[in-house]
Design a binder for this molecule. Structure first.
Ligand SMILES: [Zn+2]
Ligand SMILES: [Zn+2]
Length: 326
């Protein structure tokens, strides 16, 4: 079974972007041009608590997904929780949010937050930057409407070198929440270093997290449903070019990397180190996906691949267990 196919095109995009419509530096049109010039195929604009109307008018050969980063203030937390909602289309969006007005939600409990998010249909709902928001691992499990989690947030990486949230992701998977892995920019293009200003401000400094999606064609609907179905990989740079389950093995091809790691249930099943690795595989026979085990995790809840290039940039497949169990 081919999961990602090297003979089919990939579409590159970021799902977390700010513009002058909230606290971003550039207008939506400027942002789209920045990404288009860098070879991106799609972008979700996700301003804080605001929806830009008429997204379709913004599309200039770049597909724009209709999104928003919602701020939730919970009574029991000092820091708010940021959740990205990306709608399939504006029609679905209008069913829940009318107009362009700002929203900030004060909720008393996770139950109230879930009651707000759960009725939203046809949406990709992502927990953003769990490390920057100091989200407790167990609190992820309380957010029942989530479809995905930011395993990498480039903005958090620039600001405080805490962009990778792999342990938040694996904890949720181990506890049976089958969330997808998102890597995104959280593009603001504003320098937030308070005391030492970089001498040159470069837009490219703010671009470094993306997902690469396989879809039957490059329409908005197809790209949206491929993301929903996890038909993509998440990356800081390296490329996963092929992923297949064949002859009782998982087989993967990638751009040149230094490490390939197969993670399952808190362990590294396999790690390869080399100067120019471009493929790897793992035998599935010894891995028991059904038998209940002991301790924290029990049966195998997750298996995914991480690659790392010579610069230390990472990329991840989604969790393969749901596919293997079919
Ligand atoms: Zn945020
Ligand atoms: Zn953001």
């Amino acid at each position: 079974m081919v999961i990602l196919d090297k003979n089919q095109p990939f579409f590159k995009g970021s799902t977390h972007t700010h513009t002058t419509f909230s606290d971003g530096r550039y207008t939506p049109k400027e942002v789209l041009k920045i990404y288009k010039d860098r070879g991106y195929d799609f972008l979700a604009i996700s301003d804080h608590n605001r929806f830009i109307s008429n997204f379709d008018a913004l599309i200039m050969e770049l597909i724009v997904l209709c999104g928003c980063e919602l701020t939730f203030y919970l009574s029991e937390r000092k820091l708010p929780i940021h959740i990205n909602v990306i709608f399939k289309d504006e029609k679905t969006r209008y069913r829940y949010f009318m107009g362009e007005a700002g929203f900030k939600y004060h909720v008393h409990s996770y139950e109230e937050l879930n009651e707000f998010l759960e009725p939203i249909e046809e949406a990709i709902i992502t927990l953003n930057h769990p490390r920057t928001s100091y989200i407790n691992y167990d609190d992820i499990l309380k957010l029942t409407a989530l479809t995905s989690i930011e395993v990498y947030n480039h903005g958090s990486c620039i600001r405080a070198n805490n962009g990778v949230a792999l342990s938040h992701y694996t904890y949720a998977l181990a506890k049976g929440c089958n969330l997808l892995a998102i890597s995104a920019d959280d593009f603001h293009a504003k320098e937030k270093v308070k005391y030492i200003k970089p001498s040159i401000e470069l837009v490219d400094r703010h671009i470094g997290g993306f997902i690469s999606v396989q879809a039957d064609d490059s329409t908005k609907n197809k790209i949206f449903s491929s993301i929903q179905n996890g038909r993509y990989y998440a990356s800081m740079g390296p490329e996963i070019r092929h992923l297949e389950i064949i002859n009782g093995e998982i087989y993967m091809e990638c751009s040149s990397v230094s490490y390939i790691r197969f993670y399952a249930n808190k362990d590294l099943l396999k790690i390869e180190r080399g100067d120019n690795l471009t493929s790897s595989s793992i035998d599935l026979a010894p891995i028991d996906f059904l038998v209940e085990g002991k301790g924290f995790i029990g049966k195998t809840q997750y298996l995914f691949i991480e690659i790392e290039d010579a610069e230390g940039k990472l990329a991840w497949t989604n969790n393969l267990v749901p596919i293997l169990q079919k």
